[in-house]
Design a protein around this ligand. Sequence first.
Ligand code: CTP
Length: 413
Amino acid sequence: MNIVLGISGSVAAYKTPELVRQLRKRGAEVQIVMTASAEEFVTETSLQAVSGRPIRSNLWDKEAEASMSHIELARWADRVVIAPATAEIMARLASGAASDLLTTLCLATEAPIAIAPAMNHVMWSNAAVQSNRDTLIERGIRVLGPGEGDQACGETGAGRMLEPEDIAVLVLDDATTASLLSGKTVVVTAGPTREPIDPVRYISNRSSGKMGYAIAAAAAEQGARAVLISGPTTLPDPAGVEMIYVQTGEEMHRAAQSLVNETDIFIAAAAVADYRPAKVPDHKIKKSQTDGLQIDLVPSTDVLASVAAFVDGPFTVGFAAETENLRQYALDKMERKGLDMIIANEVGDGRGFDQDDNTVQVFWSGGEQAFGPTDKVQLGRDLVELVADRFDQSCDDSTQPELSILRFPKDTA
Ligand code: CTP
């Protein structure tokens, strides 16, 4: 596997010798192409030592071009990875510029391109950067991360380059398996929700989030832009997945609605609390002020059903956690919520919740398939393959024109 590793000028460039090491450890040949500003953050000498190849940076370097021209280099690459990718290089890629060796090579290659953005979190959320990201994804460029956390500027937020090992795994996994979901956006909900009773107490459930996290990771491995809307869990962020953290079912609902126009596949693995307290006082409820306690509960919005209710909306997949009558309850739920697929599993007696393994039965119109018992990571991969297959089938079957860019809830359409 020949990889061209493009390095642009972000402080995260200091991690690139480790990225080269991780790629080479997995058998890849790595040719580094640096932008002029990358040289401010990492030295050619150290990169040449770890990659074992002379560094390329100048489009007009006669000697280097004589040994392998930029066009030959573009053909040599099985993958192009730009890590770190700055806002500047993203803008140049989105505009189709060919202003230096790296951008020229990206235009001239037929190899899949992935970028691992790294920048200050305010820059990352800037509308221009987000629009460039969307353009790149639409053109099939894979955007890995960025992750959340402490930044070199001393602030915290989304914009950290993913760790070198995660980038290496994502790039090489993508090369060894088919990219079933390349160019697609998969939104997954996971974990429990917390519905406040007062500022210190809440209603919740035993969901660990493991199944949803495994599905989001598997979707990213298959080349999707994977977005995980997660209730509170103790799990680490899956590599290559965009995270949206929420607490309550209403926050989960708003996050899912805000993404619905860009979602191709929506998979609801969250255990959303079915009810929430009707009124939440802004002070702690004191025992001394109550003689017994009654809490009025109102039903939560059904996140999945509200996404499934969009005209020409995403392909929707739900879970049905049942203690009895698995098949009947699951099929009823699929019909009632207007879903394309439902993944049913038995819970209770130590099954399903907060376990590493799971056994499921998947139903769709005209078919069903059983999986497991198997660990949730492998199950996530198997389920994503099946969902991708059924999604493709539904696109083939669809007689709708491909123009439904904006979606409307069915009752207002
Ligand atoms: N779900 C959701 N929002 C809710 C409730 C459920 O998105 N407020 C989704 C779950 O993520 C799951 C599916 O709907 O994919 C079914 O959830 P489940 O709790 O099994 O079913 P309910 O609709 O809550 O019905 P019941 O509790 O009566 O079985």
